[in-house]
Design a protein around this ligand. Sequence first.
Ligand code: LIP
Length: 271
Amino acid sequence: MKSSALQLSLDTAVAAAREAGGLMQKNLRRTKQVNEATRHDLKLDLDVQCQERITRRLAVDFPEIPVLGEEGADPEEARRDHRWVVDPIDGTVNYAHGIPHASVSIALQQRTGAGFETVAGVVYDPFLGELWTALRGKPARLNGRRIRVSTRRRLDESVISLGFAKTRTSLDRMLPVFNHLVHRVRKIRLMGSAALALAYVADGRFDGYVESGIRLWDIAAGGLLVESAGGIFRTEPVGPDYRYSLNANNGGIDRALQRVIARRGPPAPTS
Ligand code: LIP
């Protein structure tokens, strides 16, 4: 894709994210229709509405690019040279409970020999008005200003975020990691939005983020933010349906985190 088209794709994704973010803001304190409730997850009608808004806005400029989203996928997404990867509300359980820590995550991926590579990414927090953007090969930005990962190199000075995803398996995989890390880091944070956790790593607020059983739409845009801010974004497929084990960090604590995951956690991400 030419650089002008790539820039347009980012601008289009920002417009779509802002549209969905406006819907999130308007409904934060309203009663929300729950479409599905499981042991560790909720799916809202607003998830569907936001993905529909995003899909319509993306199609204005890029009608030929299919969407792979948490609320449904275009069957063409695996066959075309590009695809949008969309999480309309990342942090749905937070949002359903009126906790204003949730985001819109939109990534553009390009087919490569081995699969797909994220080439543009947007994570938008409508509650703090924080818009993170990245184009592959260019610096990551927060509200237009360049951002970098932290420079901390010691676990005992680090703030690490963890995610426990939605299944018993992912809980069982991550609890040993929590029990080991909690005594060795400054603080652990469990925030409930993978996209924001990755944006916080890119912005130096977190020094690392580890989760197992996370889905591609939760992490595609945030992963590009981390890489474009000088960090490391490791993923390992852990099952069908776009599930991954993830270790994202500032680079300085990468080996220490990899050691913990190798000994205590899910399959250690290698890529
Ligand atoms: C959420 C992720 C979070 C994970 C949750 C959930 P959703 O995404 O961002 O990291 O721990 O289980 O998967 O479902 O709110 O879009």
